[in-house]
Design a protein around this ligand. Structure first.
Ligand code: ADP
Ligand code: MG
Length: 438
């Protein structure tokens, strides 16, 4: 049971403003949460929601504008000696060896030379850098450099280890193995560390590692949900209860995007009223645009994006329309900006993308209609003619065919239904056979 005694960090009504006067902006607003002894907490949210700002305040690098931070029940003043941060970029001194890079942290805390050396060597061994003590950072891979970063942070034996997106600059495999090694050190209690606070914008990573996920959103930065992850370690990415948790966290993230607004929904084909036309955007154009935006930073000039992507306008504009329709980006005065959901989509795995995409398109009448019709028949199959006949009541024959083509292209990607090329039939897949979300 959690009680007051095992609370390590307590954030009480924390707000932070940057800048002054006219330029003052509110980075985070009224954030309240605790971190307990023994806990691994993940802070999850889109870029700009104030995750790094919170870490800086928790480690005492800067004070909050409002509210109070308690560490072991005492108000925090100045630098928090019990906490360290590992940053996304490795922040190593290029002119120092691996070992000296680790020792630097100890020197700053007046540890005497022999003890420094001993501790640095032990930690390098612990993170698997045995034999690389006298190498220079440039001689190491990204994954190994980040291990030096971990060793340096751990050298001061912090009670609270803060990790600011420590895996996001690494390639997929290095990130994966470093995550595994960290979890092993943490679970085996080989570290003196009492708690870990991981900043991430990767839902899967948070679900695989943390005991509790604090979901944030931006404008202003704030906490929107807290989700305990009561699953035994080690966790397998494909395990059903892990996937279910990933879904649940997605829902918490997605819940914050204004997407069912506007008149974009329309009616289902065959019903009275105007049917929402699907933009003529193939999935690969949509995914390409999202990835590009994620790399450009959250906001970009539409014209420049179009030019840089090298897409033809008749492909680019429908892709823009599609990402807006799906609530993944918003258009504002010639700029396109990813929503929280859009950033999540761009940053995550293909599998998780399919899930987000499925969740989004199921809100469109076109897909509700197709799924419903397929579910009505016991074989869960219908010839494409069936759908074309209805679509042709609202669109020209050419457009009706295009609409069905795009619906199939999107539906297949989302794994809601499949298309049988031999028989020209649509049929439900397992995903599609599940109940619609309410
Ligand atoms: P995250 O780590 O979640 O991406 P940050 O904590 O870096 O978010 O930033 C939160 C908000 O505060 C953003 O709007 C950012 O532009 C702003 N911000 C961060 N650092 C500064 C700073 N030193 N001066 C002014 N604004 C800042
Ligand atoms: Mg940050």
């Amino acid at each position: 049971m959690m009680n007051q005694n095992n609370v390590l960090v307590e954030l009480k009504g924390i707000s932070k403003n940057y800048g002054q006067g006219q330029r003052e902006t509110r980075a985070v607003e009224n954030v309240n949460f605790n971190i307990h002894d023994g806990e691994f907490v993940a802070l999850l949210g889109p870029s700009g929601c104030g995750k790094s700002t919170l870490l800086r305040m928790i480690t005492g690098l800067m004070p909050p504008s409002e509210g109070e931070i308690l560490y072991r029940g005492e108000p925090l003043r100045g630098v928090n000696e019990h906490a360290t941060i590992v940053f996304q970029t490795f922040a190593l001194f290029p002119w120092l060896t691996v070992q000296t890079n680790v020792e630097v942290a100890l020197k700053a805390r007046d540890v005497e030379p022999n003890a420094r050396r001993e501790r640095a060597l032990k930690l390098l061994d612990l993170v698997g850098l045995d034999g690389f003590e006298s190498a220079y950072p440039r001689e190491l891979s990204g994954g190994m450099r980040q291990k030096v970063g971990f060793a340096r942070a751990l050298a001061v034996e912090p009670e609270l280890l803060c990790l600011d997106e420590p895996f996001s600059a690494l390639d997929v495999l290095s990130a994966e193995s470093l995550r595994g090694e960290l979890m092993e050190l943490w679970s085996s209690k080989a570290l003196p560390t009492r708690a870990i606070l991981l900043v991430s914008h990767n839902i899967e990573e948070a679900v695989l590692m943390a005991d509790r996920i604090i979901v944030m959103d931006k404008d202003p930065g704030r906490v929107v949900a807290e989700i305990p992850v009561n699953l035994a370690q080690p966790r397998q990415r494909k395990a059903l209860h892990v996937l279910a948790m990933v879904d649940r966290v997605y829902a918490a993230v997605a819940g914050e995007t204004p997407s069912e607004s506007k008149e974009l929904i329309g009616t289902a084909p065959g019903e009275g009223g105007k049917t929402q036309m699907l933009p003529h955007a193939p999935i690969n154009a949509i995914a390409g645009l999202m990835e590009f935006l994620a790399e450009e930073g959250k906001r970009a000039d539409l014209y420049i994006v179009g030019e840089k992507l090298g897409m033809e306008l008749d492909e680019f504009l429908p892709a823009v329309e599609a990402v807006e329709l799906l609530g993944m980006a918003t258009l504002r005065g010639g700029d396109i900006e990813l929503t929280s959901l859009g950033e999540t989509f761009a940053a995550t795995t293909i599998l998780a993308r399919k899930e987000i995409f499925a969740q989004r398109i199921r809100h469109l009448p076109m897909f509700q209609w197709i799924e419903q019709e397929l579910r009505k028949v016991s074989s869960q199959r219908l010839p494409q003619e069936f759908f074309l006949d209805v679509l042709e009541k609202e669109f020209t024959p050419v457009e009706a065919e295009r609409q069905l083509d795009f619906a199939i292209n999107w539906g297949r990607y989302a794994e809601l239904f499949e298309f049988d090329d031999d028989r020209d039939e649509l049929y439900l897949t397992t995903n599609g056979a599940q109940e619609l979300p309410v």
